[in-house]
Ligand binder design. Structure first.
Ligand code: PGA
Length: 269
């Protein structure tokens, strides 16, 4: 049976832009997409400092707001951290969790990521869990092992994140509460994207793993994105794949014209 795609395209601005730049971006971007992009869910993930400014501008539009990270406690003595409640308060719907830059530069482990995922779900934020192998792991033929370790580590320990098959009723809808982004580390910010077929193979592997760990309904409904050097020129190849629902875009999302172009392509795919 053909899966129904629910398109999702996310702009990860990473550590870019101050307020004036964000406002100028939104002026160009919203004008391009508000007419003509209806089925595709669009999400902007600006740095924390811009969430309020961007959130205010997006009010009354269907474009959603995401944070790039969160801490797992609700409040307390955690200098420098941002809680799920604070993100909700600013109008975030989504939050990126376990991005490879955070794993590599800030030592985030699967254990920490698992806590963050649970905290996001508890606060009714939709986590976008990032997984992917390094070049070394890929060369050693370990891609699937790495994906499996990252996904099991994040979704199963210390307890299953989503209901297991035995919980049965209504469990498929749980699949809507989580997004997984397949982002091969070697493709992020390098200009070297994975081939669409290669990304599809990993997306299929992830979907089958979710099926095995939870149930088929959840596996069918969970949205899987590809990320890593996505740009308007290669975007369509990814979103045409049966198991890829959209993209997590870094560098190319900083250009509002380019990001709007990708939103428009998603809309007709
Ligand atoms: P990139 O980043 O599009 O610049 O490769 C993707 C990401 O890190 O999410």
């Amino acid at each position: 049976m053909e899966r129904e795609h629910r398109r999702l395209v996310v702009a990860n601005w990473k550590m870019h832009f101050v307020r004036a730049q964000a406002l100028e971006y939104l002026r160009v971007f919203t004008e391009r997409v508000l007419r003509g992009v209806h089925k595709t869910e669009l999400v902007l993930a600006p740095p924390f400092t811009l969430l309020e400014t961007v959130g205010r501008e997006l009010q009354g539009t269907a474009i959603k707001l995401a944070a790039q990270d969160l801490f797992y406690e609700r409040e307390g003595a955690f200098t420098g951290e941002i809680s799920p409640l604070m993100l909700k308060d600013l109008g975030c719907s989504y939050v990126i969790v376990g991005h490879s830059e955070r794993r590599r530069l800030f030592g985030e482990t699967n254990e920490l990521i698992s806590k963050k995922l649970r905290a996001a779900l508890d606060a009714e934020l939709i986590p976008i869990l990032c997984v992917g192998e390094t070049l070394e792991e890929r060369r050693a033929g370990k891609t699937q092992n790495v994906l499996e370790t990252q996904i099991r580590g994040a979704l199963l320990a210390p307890s299953p994140l989503l209901p297991s098959p035995s919980k049965g009723r209504g469990a498929g809808g749980e699949g809507e509460r989580l997004v997984i982004a397949y982002e091969p580390v070697w493709a992020i910010g390098t200009g070297v994207n994975a081939e669409p077929e290669e990304a599809e193979a990993s997306a299929l592997f992830i979907r089958e793993l979710v099926d095995q760990l939870f149930n088929t309904e959840i596996a069918q409904r969970i949205r899987i994105l590809y990320g890593g050097s996505v740009k308007p020129e290669n975007f369509e190849g990814f979103v045409r794949q049966p198991n890829i629902d959209g993209a997590l875009v870094g560098g190319a999302s900083l250009d509002p014209e380019a990001f709007a172009q990708m939103a428009q392509i998603a809309e007709r795919c």
